[in-house]
Design a protein around this ligand. Structure first.
Ligand code: F3S
Length: 392
């Protein structure tokens, strides 16, 4: 792979160990994928922030990088952690809390913004056509497909290295020829809510592997619906983007065809629950993290009602969105729900809190929670989730 003189100096260690190790990670990755060079990025987003999934060795690596004065060269954001300090922090063992906070401390020392969200595009939307190195798979699919930025699906270490170097190897969907659709998906049945968009994503992820689709028949989907579709596609498959624009006749001819019928959707929706219950321990909305408009909608749906004593209602978002949504948050909290920031249910220790059943509108959560949280899952649209959480 071609390196500029300055990149060579970094590779040879002239700019310190932290930069050298990060450059080596990027060069190794670039060589693996036959990249010819590194390209500048405008932002990086790092996953693998929760101590639950990270463990001790990667946490030590982060500390070593920070000790060696590794510093982010571009805007760098991080994924959610394992608990929120206000509500869940006090319920967890001290040792776990301290280890998690130490990880956050290392990111802070390296100049990462304390974003703690899987929807960093709500904090600052990347420019169309800008190159990024993002590692949260749901956000990768969303920014490529909906926002129009360009990023591969990075792993935690490669996004970290890219943040510190400010560059990424030029391969995959950083190249326009690799962003072309291969499959035409026709959805022959109307999708009724955000959960069904998630179910479509789960179905297509399994079917498509890593083939980029152009999806027809979505109508005029909301950003929330596209976010659920993106997150689920990335959970069950390796697709990093989709198109949902009109295709020309010429294009149709060269594309493989797949259709999605009402029966496919019904079967997928049914298969996503492991248990049908109206008494879940937890009703969870916010995977991926809620937008301002979702928090507003939730606040309207819970207005003047009370959450059942035996059920927890968690709404997860970023600190930044919670700040903007103060009045809506107050209404949700008045009803007995909790608006938790900077955390992710999947990478938190829900089993230690006695949560055995989770009801959610997220196809991504129901995919991961049975293994990651050892929980039974019930998949329903947001309105039904909230109706279950509320009394009467
Ligand atoms: Fe976000 Fe966690 Fe879901 S990182 S996308 S809330 S699994």
């Amino acid at each position: 792979m071609y390196l500029t003189k300055e990149e060579e100096r970094i590779y040879d260690g002239e700019r310190g160990w932290a930069n050298q190790i990060c450059m080596k990670i990027l060069v190794r990755l670039g060589e693996l994928f036959n990249a010819r060079k590194l390209i500048p990025i405008s932002s990086a987003h790092v996953s693998g922030v929760s101590y639950k999934t990270l463990g001790d060795a990667p946490a030590e690596f982060l500390k070593a990088l920070a000790d060696a004065e590794g510093k982010a060269k571009v805007r760098a954001t991080i994924n959610p952690q394992s608990f929120d300090t206000e509500y869940l922090g006090g319920k967890l063992e001290r040792d776990l809390r301290e280890k998690q906070l130490s990880i956050l401390g290392q990111f802070e020392r390296m100049g990462f913004t304390e974003s703690l969200t899987c929807t960093p595009y709500y904090l600052r939307k990347p420019r169309r056509g800008s190159h990024l190195a993002w590692a949260e798979s749901s956000a990768v699919v969303y920014v490529n497909s909906v926002v129009g930025a360009w990023t591969n699906r990075e792993g935690g270490p490669s996004a970290l290295a890219a943040a510190i170097i400010g560059k990424t190897p030029d391969h995959g969907i950083h190249k326009s020829e690799n962003r072309q659709p291969k499959v035409l998906v026709t959805v022959d049945t109307p999708l009724k809510n955000e959960a069904e968009f998630g179910a479509l994503g789960s179905h297509l992820g399994r079917l498509l592997g890593d083939e980029i689709p152009v999806i027809q028949g979505l109508g005029k989907p909301s950003e929330t619906c596209l976010k659920q579709l993106s997150a689920a596609l990335a959970s069950t498959g390796m697709v990093n983007m989709f198109h949902f624009t009109k295709v020309t006749r010429q294009e149709i001819g060269r594309l493989e065809k797949v259709s999605v019928e009402a029966g496919d959707m019904r079967n997928t929706v049914e298969s996503l629950s492991t248990k049908e219950t109206t008494e879940p321990d937890l009703v969870f909305i916010g995977c991926p993290h809620c937008s301002l408009s979702e928090i507003k909608e939730i606040s309207l749906l819970v207005k003047g009602k009370r959450v059942k004593k035996e059920t927890e209602l968690w709404v997860c978002t970023s600190h930044c969105i919670k700040e903007k949504a103060r009045d809506y948050v107050a209404r949700i909290e008045k009803s007995g729900g909790h608006v938790l920031t900077g955390m992710c249910t999947i990478v938190s220790w829900t089993e230690k809190l006695g949560i055995r059943t989770i009801m959610t509108n997220s196809a991504k959560t129901v995919y991961y929670a049975p293994t990651m949280n050892k929980a039974e899952v019930t998949f329903k649209p947001m309105k039904e989730c909230l109706a279950t959480a509320l009394r009467g």
